[in-house]
Ligand binder design. Sequence first.
Ligand SMILES: Cc1ncc(COP(=O)(O)O)c(C=O)c1O
Length: 442
Amino acid sequence: MDGFAYKNGVLWAERVNLETLASTLGTPLFVYSLGTLAAHFRSLQQAFSPIDPLICFSVKSCSNLSVLKFLVEQGSGLDVVSGGEIHRAMLAGASPDTIVFAGVGKSAQEIRYAIDSGIHLFNVESESELERIDSIAGESGRHVKVSIRINPDVADADTPQKTSTGGRQTKFGIPVTRAARLYSPGLYDNLRVVGIHAHIGSPIYNAASYLSALDVIESLLIDVERLGGKVESINMGGGFPAIYDAVQSERVSLQEMGAAICTRLLKFNTRGLRFVIEPGRSISANAGVLLTRVEYLKDGWDRQIIIVDAGMNVLLRPTLYSAHHCIWPVRSDGSDGHWIEVTDSSRGDKAGQSVDVVGPICETGDYLALARTLPQLTQGETLAVFSAGAYAMSMASQYNSRGRPAEVVVQGNQYRVARQRESYEDLTALELVGLDPLEHPV
Ligand SMILES: Cc1ncc(COP(=O)(O)O)c(C=O)c1O
């Protein structure tokens, strides 16, 4: 379900022709469909409607201000993990009481900024962080509400190791066996410990892993109440899946996953409980594509190599996580959708050959796809890299001194540049000061 479709052999985002957009604005270019963001947000609302959660979009997945502002206007709260993300959330117009603040390494300065901004809830990851927040809250004369991020020791078997966060071997959360006593009334002067938070990884492909985490949460809830504490909110984190290929689209249903989680949660003693979820990719991944141009075609020893203008500096996921992103030409006669490369292998065999799609960065690991069957490509043509709305631009870097791409939002037949392409001057602006003579004696 997204706003990208081929019409008369060209890929469109809603009613904007992406071939035209690429030639007007250049490549690499991220394009986000606002209609798709809204549709995905609504579909999460529906999937979790029995528990009516506060949905806090995970800013790290796609942090462009226009995207955040749009989602806030749709009714989303925001999940942030740094002072910089709080700054973005404020600029996007989020109300502080809809912001939750996670992260294992919050600095004193970030905590102070979050308290001064009045954010709703800290998701706290260690006992020493609780002490630090307590002391800073005391200095500010404020009372602060916190959730304990527990480590439930639950790991989803299909989640990549690098993004699996619920197991005992990871750095995340407080081992659940130490959590209950932290809710004891009066333990902290300036904190109210009111929530349980668990984010077990992303993406999670089956409800069973969430249900295992919920078993752990329920027994913690009972222990907390036995010790005289009171839990007011349960945050299930994010990780709800986005569909990256046709095989996954057969396997995962967000609606079924939501229904299973809600049914289990409603079996708790839910009196006075408020629910929070922190979806990122399930909203943004398939609301974005990356447009990239073929710079060169070259024959390697045993395969064709397609060199495009977007590499690991623009889209790191293939290199970092061995992630699959569908890739298909923006102009593709007869194509009826971007899942074609995996759904219609006969067409792939007929149309093309196995190629490596690589970037311009000086690293062997710089690729978007290896051994991928694509139609015959030509120099200068534009390719679409799908599912590029999450953990794409937000992870992009200036490695090899390449400026980050522009970002565009599309709505209906209109588009707006949402971030300008970085220029050579942008690359060096913060360093010019270093060209001055040394001036600070030690
Ligand atoms: C604490 C937390 N919440 C939510 C998310 C969002 O995950 P996803 O984009 O898979 O929904 C993440 C992702 O890393 C996370 O660390």
